[in-house]
Design a protein around this ligand. Structure first.
Ligand code: ADP
Ligand code: MG
Ligand code: MG
Length: 252
């Protein structure tokens, strides 16, 4: 099956359990929003999916197109087309955006297959156009001296270049003004279609006005406590998170 499936996922930091049995199925072709109060495991879920060594999976599976990725190295996960946009992007001194993009594209290729200049440059030109960004940007060093908005735009540039099968976006909207938010959304929406699935993690509903999710799930205390359509995000926006917190207590 072409889907991202999270099955009874439990994960800890040290001996502190954070994810307590997450179940989700995201078919390729759908983007699902993950919402929830702060400190309840949203970022942990994203990091476990991409294999952050800080977190220990104690139970459960993450299946990408039927393959359990939890035992895979990060580069194997990348080859399956899983892409994470971080809440706090890193700076890598001395590496230009162009070099970084080229290396990242190469990492997604099967062994022995080179990224051609034509492929690279063709994709780059299209992606920069979508993001309304000047070509000179790619000679700058990765994230060095970038504003928050530029860092986010650069992440979306990476996403467009890598042509992922699944994206995991963790609070890509945090700290963005409306113009930057619209550019991020334009980039993501340009990738949408039957070949793209993923999770859009966001505390606020605002981003979901521009990237309308197929489904919305709410995580409280390491579990999905409620799922619904885009109207669920609207409800959280107007009513806040108190009612979902009560819901967890009631259902225990
Ligand atoms: P969210 O993204 O929903 O705000 P997180 O997944 O970042 O929540 O965090 C969930 C809980 O796990 C919080 O209590 C947080 O302090 C804790 N946590 C997450 N990562 C770590 C870590 N690396 N070390 C210690 N505690 C962590
Ligand atoms: Mg947080
Ligand atoms: Mg978070």
């Amino acid at each position: 099956p072409h889907q991202l499936e999270i099955r009874n996922l439990h994960a800890s930091v040290g001996d502190q359990p954070i994810l307590k049995g997450i179940n989700l199925v995201v078919p390729r072709g759908e983007l699902h929003a993950i919402m929830g109060p702060n400190g309840n495991g949203k970022s942990t879920l994203a990091k476990v999916i991409v294999g952050d060594p800080e977190y220990t999976v104690t139970e459960g599976e993450v299946l990408v197109d039927g393959q359990n990725i939890l035992e895979m190295e990060p580069d194997e996960r990348a080859r399956l087309g899983v892409f994470l946009a971080f809440q706090y992007p890193v700076e890598i001194p001395g590496v230009t955006i162009a070099n970084f993009l080229r290396l990242a594209m190469q990492a997604r290729k099967p062994e022995g297959e080179e990224v051609s200049f034509t492929e690279f440059y063709g994709k780059l030109t299209n992606a920069l156009k979508t993001l309304d960004w000047d070509e000179s940007i790619v000679e700058r060093y990765l994230n060095e001296g970038f504003s928050g908005g530029e860092k986010k735009r650069n992440e979306i540039l990476q996403m467009l270049m890598l042509d992922p099968n699944y994206i995991i976006m963790d609070e890509t909207d945090s700290g963005l003004d409306v113009d930057a938010l619209k550019i991020v959304a334009k980039g993501v929406n340009s990738l949408r279609g039957p070949n793209l699935g993923g999770l859009i993690i966001t505390h606020y509903q605002r981003l979901l006005n521009y990237i309308v999710p197929d489904k919305v799930h709410v995580i409280v205390d390491g579990r999905v406590v409620q799922s619904g359509g885009p109207e669920l995000a609207q409800k959280l926006d107007t009513e806040g998170y108190d009612w979902v917190k009560e819901l967890t207590v009631a259902s225990v």
